[in-house]
Write a protein that binds this ligand. Structure first.
Ligand code: NOJ
Length: 763
C-alpha cells in the first residue's frame, strides 16, 4: 500500500542514537554545535564539508572506511536503504565523534512516482497541486532514507534553447516564486525534522537560467537591477519559505563564478537575506574554478570557495586535499572553517539526525524487498496533478474532446514511450511503470472504439543527435531508432490514418533533448516528425497533435495546421491516463503557458514582461525605425498565460474600488468570470500591473496575482484581487525597493495579451 498522505502527525519520539539531543530550541542547538566543534580536529571538520556522490568509483566497503575515518559529511545518489544503512552505521558507530551523515538526492518532480516536469507543474497555476507533488515526493523519498533534495530548481529562463528550461517554473518571477514556496512547503512539510519530510536545497544560486545563448554552463552577464527585479526573487522566496539548503550555480555572474562569489554568498545570501542554512557547490564546481580561470591551482580554488562561503563541496577532492594545509598556514582562519562546519552540522541538527540518524531510513525489517514495485507509487495524485498541467493551444471546429467511438489512429515516436513521458531528472521513475499515451488511450476507449497504432517516424533522423543523446545518458540507451526508412514509417501511418475517423500524433522531443547539457540551436520539431505531420495533414483527416517537450518550441506550422493542439510537456508516470482524460473530455483542460512560445528561434529572448523602450512598435503599424524584425510580427506565437478550455469562459466588468489611493492604502480590482459553455471547468484569472511612468524604465506589465476558479456550466463568480504596496513597489537604479507615485494600469485577463484595463493614481 502507498503511504497515507493524510497522516501528517507529529514527529515520532525516537530513541536517541549516537549523540542524542533535543531539537527545536535555537539556544540548545547552538550550545550543542559549539561543543561538538570544540571537540573536532581540523581533519574531522574538513570531512564534514564533503558531499560524496556514491558511484562506481568507490566500493561501499571503501566508503564505509572513509566515513569511519571522519572524512565524509554527506552523500548523494543512492536511495537503497540496505546500501545506505551500513554507511550511516559507519558514521554513528565507528567514527570518533559519531556525527551522522545525511543522504541527498535529486527529487525534482517526484521520486518513485514521477509527476510532470516543473515547467508543466507551473502551467497548472495551481500551487496546491505543486505542494501536493512535493509532499508525495517527500513521503516516497523518506521511505528510501533520503534526507535532502536538490530542489526546487527556480532558475528563471527567457531562453528555451537552454535544455534546463524544463526543470524550472518558467519565465515569470511571481509565478516561479509562488511555485518555489509551494515546493518548499511540500518537501519540508510542517517541520523538517519529521520522518516524512525532506529538506529542500533550492538551486541554482544564482541566475543559471540566463546563460548566454541558452548554452548550458555558459557565462551570465546581467545588470544588478534586472537581477533584483526578475531573477533573484524566486531563490529568496524559497528561502523565506524555509528552504534549509542552497545549491550554488555553475556559471559566473558578471565575471565572478558563483562558486567563488563573496558578494553572492555572503553579502546577498547571508547578510541581506539572512539565510542560515547550508550552501552546496554544484557537481565538481570548486575544481571548475580553475577552468573559469580565477584560480591557478587546487589550493587557490579551495581558498576562494571557502572564503566565498561554500559549505559543502560536491563530488570533488579539493577541500579534503587543500583545507588542512590552508588552515595550518593561517590562510584560512579556524573561525572561517568553523563557520562552514557549523552550517553543515546545523542542517543535520534541523533534520533530526542527531536525535535519530536512522529517522528516515527506518529499521532493516521494514526495508522494501523491491524498491521498484508498483505498490510504492502514488498513481492517483500523479494523474490528478498531470491533468492540471496540460495546455490546450488550439481546438478548431471543436475537434476535442473526442468521442470514445469509431476508429482512432495513434501515431508518432512518443506515443508509446514510457521513458520519454517521465521527462528528465525523473529520479527513480521506472519507464515500465509509466502509462504511455497509447496505454492511456487503450484503457479509455476499451470496448468502445478501435485504436490503430503506428510509429510513423523516429524522434529524429539525425544520427549525430541520437549518438549525443545516448552518450549523455549512458546507463541505458535513451533513443532507440526504428530501423525502417522514414518513407516506410510514414506510409504505414498514412495507411492507418486513411482508415481512421481522427488521427492523434504524439510528437516532440525525446526527454534527453530537454535536459542538462542539452541546449539546442533550433526550436523546430525535428524534420522527421514535421514530415510525418505534413503527410498526416494531407490525408484530410482531423489531426490532433499531442506535444511532449520540455521547452517552448517554434510550432507555427502545427498551430496553423493541427485541428487540435495540446501541450502536455512530459506528464509523468500517469501521463498517458491524464492526457487521455483530456482528449476524451473526462477532464476539461485549464492549464496556461508559464513561458512565452516564440515564433522562431530568432525572437529569443522573448518574454511578456519586457521593459519599455524608446521606439516600440505599434501593433498593426509597422513603419521604419521602430523596434522589430522585418520578417515576422513582434509578439510570441502563444503568449505567457495562454491556454484554452472546452468551455467558453468570459471575463467582464473590471472595476476598481478606488481611482486614487495614498501610500499605505490598498484597493481591490474585481471582474466577473463566467462559464458560458457546456462543460464544467476551471480558468485562471490573471492580474497584471503596468507602471506607466517611473524613475526607471519598467516592464510593460507584470503578473501580480492569479486565481484558478472552477465553474459549472452557466455559473459565474466575481473574482477579487487586493492591490497594495507589495504589488506596486519595485527595485530602482540604486537597487532600493521603492514605491513611486503616479498612474498604474490594472489588467485582468485569461492570458497576458487579452486583458481588461482600468487605471488608478497613487498619490
Ligand atoms: C548537477 C546539476 O547541475 C544539479 O542540478 C544536480 O542537483 C547535481 N548535479 C546533483 O545531481
Amino acid at each position: 500500500m502507498a503511504a497515507n498522505l493524510a497522516t501528517t502527525g507529529p514527529a515520532q519520539a525516537q530513541t536517541p542514537v549516537g549523540l542524542g539531543v533535543k531539537k527545536a530550541d535555537p539556544g540548545a542547538k547552538k550550545a550543542f554545535i559549539d561543543d561538538l566543534i570544540s571537540r573536532m580536529t581540523v581533519e574531522e571538520k574538513v570531512g564534514q564539508l564533503r558531499l560524496i556522490s556514491i558511484g562506481p568509483e568507490m566500493t561501499h566497503a571503501q566508503l564505509s572506511e572513509e566515513i569511519a575515518a571522519g572524512r565524509i559529511g554527506a552523500s548523494f545518489n543512492t536511495v537503497i536503504r540496505r546500501d545506505n544503512r551500513p554507511l550511516q552505521e559507519a558514521a554513528v558507530q565507528r567514527s570518533r565523534l559519531k556525527i551522522p551523515l545525511f543522504f541527498a538526492y535529486d527529487v525534482v518532480h517526484g521520486h518513485r512516482t514521477t509527476f510532470p516536469i516543473p515547467l508543466g507543474l507551473a502551467a497548472s497555476f495551481d500551487m496546491a497541486a505543486i505542494e501536493r507533488m512535493a509532499r508525495v515526493s517527500a513521503v516516497e523519498a523518506c521511505a528510501d532514507g533520503v534526507d535532502m533534495t536538490f530542489a526546487p530548481m527556480v532558475d528563471i529562463s527567457h531562453d528555451p534553447r537552454w535544455g534546463r528550461t524544463s526543470e524550472g517554473f518558467g519565465e515569470d518571477p511571481y509565478l516561479v516564486s509562488e511555485s518555489a514556496r509551494a515546493s518548499v512547503r511540500g518537501f519540508q512539510g510542517p517541520s523538517v525534522d519529521r520522518p516524512d519530510s525532506i529538506m529542500a536545497a533550492v538551486k541554482h544560486f544564482a541566475l543559471y537560467g540566463a546563460v548566454e545563448g541558452g548554452r548550458d554552463y555558459n557565462t551570465v552577464d546581467m545588470s544588478p537591477m534586472r537581477m533584483h527585479q526578475t531573477y533573484l526573487p524566486p531563490y529568496r522566496a524559497a528561502i523565506e519559505a524555509g528552504a534549509g539548503g542552497v545549491m550554488v550555480a555553475l556559471n559566473s555572474i558578471n565575471g565572478v563564478p558563483a562558486t567563488g562569489n563573496t558578494w553572492l554568498l555572503q553579502d546577498l545570501l547571508r547578510k541581506e537575506w539572512g539565510f542560515s542554512g547550508v550552501t552546496i557547490s554544484d557537481h565538481g564546481a570548486i575544481a571548475e574554478l580553475l577552468k573559469h580561470g580565477v584560480a591557478s591551482n587546487a589550493r587557490e580554488a579551495a581558498k576562494l570557495a571557502i572564503k566565498a562561503g561554500i559549505d559543502l563541496s560536491m563530488a570533488d577532492q579539493i577541500y579534503l586535499a587543500e583545507l588542512p594545509g590552508l588552515v595550518a598556514s593561517g590562510e584560512i582562519a579556524m573561525a572561517e572553517l568553523d563557520a562552514r562546519v557549523r552550517e553543515v552540522l546545523g542542517v543535520k541538527y534541523d533534520l533530526g539526525l542527531f536525535a535519530d540518524p536512522f529517522l528516515r531510513m527506518g529499521k532493516p525489517a521494514d526495508d522494501p524487498v523491491d524498491e521498484k514495485v508498483d505498490s510504492r507509487l502514488h498513481r492517483q495524485p500523479a494523474r490528478e496533478i498531470a491533468r492540471e498541467t496540460i495546455v490546450l493551444l488550439e481546438n478548431r471546429n471543436r475537434t476535442l474532446p473526442l468521442k470514445k467511438a469509431g476508429t482512432i489512429a495513434l501515431v508518432g515516436p512518443l506515443a508509446d514511450s514510457g521513458l520519454d513521458i517521465l521527462g528528465s531528472w525523473s529520479a527513480q521513475g521506472v519507464a515500465g511503470l509509466a502509462v504511455t499515451l497509447r496505454a492511456g488511450i487503450e484503457k479509455a476507449v476499451a470496448g468502445k472504439a478501435r485504436l490503430l497504432t503506428a510509429r510513423g517516424a523516429n524522434v529524429t533522423d539525425d544520427a549525430k543527435v541520437v549518438e549525443y543523446l545516448n552518450y549523455l545518458n549512458w546507463d541505458t540507451p535513451e533513443v532507440i531508432q526504428d530501423p525502417r526508412s522514414p518513407e516506410a514509417m510514414i506510409a504505414e501511418a498514412v495507411a492507418l490514418a486513411a482508415q481512421a475517423d481522427v488521427v492523434i500524433a504524439a510528437v516532440g522531443e525525446s526527454r534527453g533533448m530537454s535536459h542538462e547539457s542539452s541546449s539546442r540551436v533550433s526550436l523546430d520539431l525535428p524534420g522527421s516528425q514535421r514530415a510525418l505531420l505534413k503527410a498526416l495533414k494531407a490525408t484530410g483527416k482531423p489531426l490532433v497533435v499531442v506535444l511532449m517537450n520540455g521547452r517552448p518550441l517554434a510550432i507555427g506550422w502545427e498551430k496553423d495546421n493541427a485541428d487540435a493542439l495540446l501541450e502536455t510537456w512530459y506528464a509523468g508516470t500517469e501521463g498517458g491516463n491524464a492526457i487521455a482524460d483530456v482528449l476524451f473530455g473526462d477532464h476539461n483542460p485549464s492549464a496556461k503557458l508559464p513561458i512565452s512560445f516564440p515564433r522562431s528561434v530568432g525572437q529569443i529572448p522573448i518574454y511578456y514582461n519586457h521593459l519599455r523602450i524608446g521606439r516600440p512598435l505599434t501593433e498593426g503599424k509597422p513603419g521604419n525605425y521602430t523596434s522589430q524584425y522585418f520578417e515576422e510580427p513582434n509578439g510570441p506565437l502563444y503568449p505567457f498565460g495562454f491556454g484554452l478550455s472546452y468551455s467558453r469562459f468570459t471575463l467582464s466588468g473590471l472595476k476598481l474600488s478606488a481611482s486614487r489611493i495614498s501610500r499605505g492604502q490598498s484597493l481591490t480590482a474585481e471582474a466577473t468570470l463566467a462559464n458560458e459553455g457546456p462543460y464544467e471547468g476551471a480558468n485562471v484569472v490573471q492580474l497584471y500591473i503596468s507602471d506607466s511612468f517611473a524613475s526607471v524604465a519598467r516592464p510593460v506589465k507584470e503578473l501580480k496575482g492569479f486565481q484558478k476558479v472552477a465553474l459549472k456550466p452557466g455559473e459565474s463568480r466575481v473574482v477579487r484581487f487586493e492591490i497594495g504596496e507589495d504589488q506596486l513597489k519595485f527595485v530602482n537604479a540604486e537597487l532600493r525597493e521603492v514605491l513611486e507615485s503616479g498612474r498604474f494600469d490594472v489588467q485582468l485577463g485569461l492570458d497576458s495579451r487579452d486583458v481588461l484595463e482600468q487605471s488608478f493614481e497613487l498619490a
